[in-house]
Design a protein around this ligand. Structure first.
Ligand code: RBF
Ligand code: MG
Length: 179
């Protein structure tokens, strides 16, 4: 289906209910974004975005360190180092485009709702526990299940292209300054 999808979405001027802006923190996810998909995601608590329907969205994002001592947390049989963003470099602190998934990941049949953000930037380190400001500017598509993980990855790569094109419009570009 990847090829038939529109490569730009939403109106040229940002319309209600967007932008939706939140200031929250990076939590731990299911631990398969990087390892199984090759598409790392920063997970955030679902509550601040509970007014948005499940689906895939696009917008802007900025991460920043929070002052807390690094610690290792044991979460669902994994040891996760929360560095609270202390390893972030100056070049990681800019506003970047993002794609976000809200829901139960039908392909993986999750029982917990998750909100995951793929930041369109190469980070050199993890940043569990860091601060994160998110500006959601529009909806891309509903979540789907897939025949194979390759089909899911292909659709996410199309989402990334759609987000880049859709955010390049001046009315969307100017929202970067809100973060
Ligand atoms: N999971 C699904 O089961 N169906 C989807 O349609 C779907 N779309 C996604 C779109 C984006 C932009 C991202 C970042 C993730 C998406 N996911 C989807 C979630 C994906 O399964 C998840 O990131 C990994 O399982 C890691 O937790
Ligand atoms: Mg993740």
């Amino acid at each position: 289906m990847g090829q038939q999808r529109p490569l730009i979405v939403g109106p040229d001027k940002v319309e209600m209910p967007y932008p939706v802006i939140i200031d929250t923190e990076v939590i731990s996810g299911f631990g398969r974004g990087s390892s199984e998909l090759g598409i790392p995601t920063a997970n955030i608590p679902p509550d601040p975005l509970s007014e948005l329907d499940p689906g895939v969205y696009y917008g802007w994002v900025r991460v920043f360190p929070r002052s807390a001592e690094p610690e290792t947390k044991h979460i669902q049989d994994r040891d996760i180092v929360f560095n609270y963003g202390s390893k972030l470099r100056a070049e990681d602190l800019a506003v970047f485009p993002m794609v976000m998934s809200i829901g139960w990941n039908p392909f993986f049949k999750n029982i917990r709702k998750s909100v995951e953000i793929h930041v369109m930037h190469d980070f050199a380190s993890s940043f569990y526990g860091s601060g994160i400001k998110v500006c959601v500017t529009g909806f891309i598509r509903n979540e789907q299940s897939y025949e194979s993980i390759e089909d899911l990855i292909a659709d996410i790569n199309t989402d990334i292209q759609v987000a880049r094109n859709s955010l390049a419009r001046p009315d969307y570009e100017k929202l970067k300054s809100l973060l």
